[in-house]
Design a protein around this ligand. Sequence first.
Ligand code: NAD
Length: 293
Amino acid sequence: MAVPWIGLRDGDSMPQLGFGVWQIDNADCPRLVGEALRLGYRSIDTAQGYGNEEGVGRAIAESGIARSQLFVTSKLRNAAHARDLALEAFDRTMADLGLEVLDLLLIHWPVPEQDLYVEAWQTLIELQRERRIRSIGVSNFDPAHIDRLIAETGVVPAVNQIELHPGFQQRDKRAYHKRQDIQLQSWSPLGPGNGGAEWWAQYGAQTGQSLLNDPAIVAIAARHGKTPAQIIIRWHIQEGLMLFPKSSHPERIAENFEVFDFALDAEDMYRIEALDDPRGRIGAKPDAWNLMF
Ligand code: NAD
């Protein structure tokens, strides 16, 4: 079964499931992103801060897939929020990706301390008006940051990409995004115990217990004849969230895409909902993260 494309508030649409490339080396992107595209993935989530846009661009160019069938997301670096730096960073992103028009650009983090995220947002609005970007959105923004963008520019982000997984379900934020018609995207969708969590641990964050070994997830997986990763990915899909699980292993890249031939029932969903832990965050708190990259 095909991956659904979900409509965004600006009239554009994007695949619900894609391939994330954080922590994939630039040199490995042509092979691994190429593999994902061969398997049928059509949405790629990268960022200037990942240092691999050039490799992603090469994979796209080599794939031969029609541009209209692909959806490419990138993110504006924390150190490039000022208008002139944002324009320069965007040009670099586009040169590296080898694209004329970007499908979606997100402000990677608000960095309230430098207080330039409204200026960054105004620059994204400008680039969208010039038709160099189709959709614009944010990442790691709390509702208060989004309220300020709307109050000062009148433009509502199409998406917000935040940490979200069964161990940290962000239920308190869901109603706000629904009300504003902002599509939520889940980062680190597989949750604690993976490469991303280890990266955050260097900044003092908890790595947590792997959800892939959680007894409830393992039991649901056994009942459906699926893997724990597939159960978690399916949970995001049925919750109406977008996601881009990352893997460097072709067999897992394939596994993470085979989630449209079964469905979780109400009891499965209820059991996974019970894994929510308001303290289950593995990454930084959005309003406190100010690493300049
Ligand atoms: P993830 O939840 O996708 O987990 C990736 C890790 O899980 C892999 O490194 C591997 O160790 C493991 N894994 C993947 N598939 C598996 C499988 N089938 N079986 C067993 N283990 C498996 O975490 P992530 O990479 O942190 O997040 C996904 C994407 O989200 C990123 O690549 C990036 O595109 C995006 N992201 C964005 C932000 C942001 O600030 N906006 C932050 C983190 C991640």
